[in-house]
Write a protein that binds this ligand. Structure first.
Ligand SMILES: [Fe+2]
Length: 233
């Protein structure tokens, strides 16, 4: 099976917002009598969404994955206290370039805890670990490409050369024939503007999540939506 890395493909434009915009454009064309949705006249290219940009896997991919790998990173089996920090409800879809769901895609995430510490031997920051934080999770996208994690907002952290990473969550997403390693960023974070990796991205809009209204009664939860567009199925 060929694994295609999106770094080798051209970048078109924004991910799901671009997909939605393209759909609005198509509807607009339809109103003008040019295109017929469902009538076989809409080309595959017209539905194309921008592949999510790739980013480095970084130095903190788990050496030893936790036994507890489910989608709720705020609770660790056998630990009575939950994770410290602001709860994040992170959901989205894994999509193919034509906007259809990448059903069954495997979605891994790993991240620093709320204080900015990875549970990894290469993290020499001295910042305390949080035994109640899972730090790593895996989900399989459903038939509509949807995934969902409950986690905490990662803290910013300083790397050894003094630069500061803005809060981010690492992703490794494997579809049927393509795979993307990237990082998701929190919208509105002041440190986003100075993050050297986000600044180096050719498609930063594909890396920043969208903030949603939290469900009623959960105003302290940060609800984020981030769609991932693969370069192939
Ligand atoms: Fe990181």
């Amino acid at each position: 099976m060929d694994i295609v890395d999106s770094r080798n493909r051209s970048v078109m434009r924004n991910s799901c917002s671009a997909y939605r915009q393209t759909r609005r454009e198509l509807i607009g064309w339809t109103a003008g009598g040019i295109a017929l949705l469902g009538g076989g006249l809409v080309s595959r290219a017209a539905w194309a969404a921008t592949p999510t940009d790739t980013m480095t896997i970084g130095p903190f991919y788990p050496v030893l994955r936790p036994l507890d790998q489910d989608g709720d990173l705020t609770v660790v089996n056998g630990i009575a206290t939950g994770a410290r920090g602001q709860i994040v409800d992170l959901a989205g879809r894994v999509l193919k370039p034509d906007g259809t769901p990448a059903a069954g895609a495997r979605v891994e995430i790993w991240q620093a805890n709320a204080a900015g510490r990875y549970a990894h031997p290469a993290d020499m920051s001295g910042v305390p670990l949080d035994p109640g934080f899972q730090g790593f999770g895996v989900q399989l996208a459903d038939a509509e490409g949807r995934y969902r994690f409950r986690t905490v907002k990662p803290g910013a952290y300083r790397i050894p050369d003094g630069r500061v990473r803005t809060p981010h969550i690492h992703f490794d997403v494997q579809g049927r024939t393509s795979r993307i390693v990237s990082q998701m960023f929190v919208p509105g974070e002041p440190l986003n503007a100075s993050d050297f990796l986000l600044k180096a991205s050719e498609a930063p809009d594909t890396l920043i999540a969208r903030k949603l209204q939290p469900p009623p009664g959960t105003a302290d939860i940060l609800a984020l939506e981030w769609d991932i567009v693969l370069v192939a199925a």
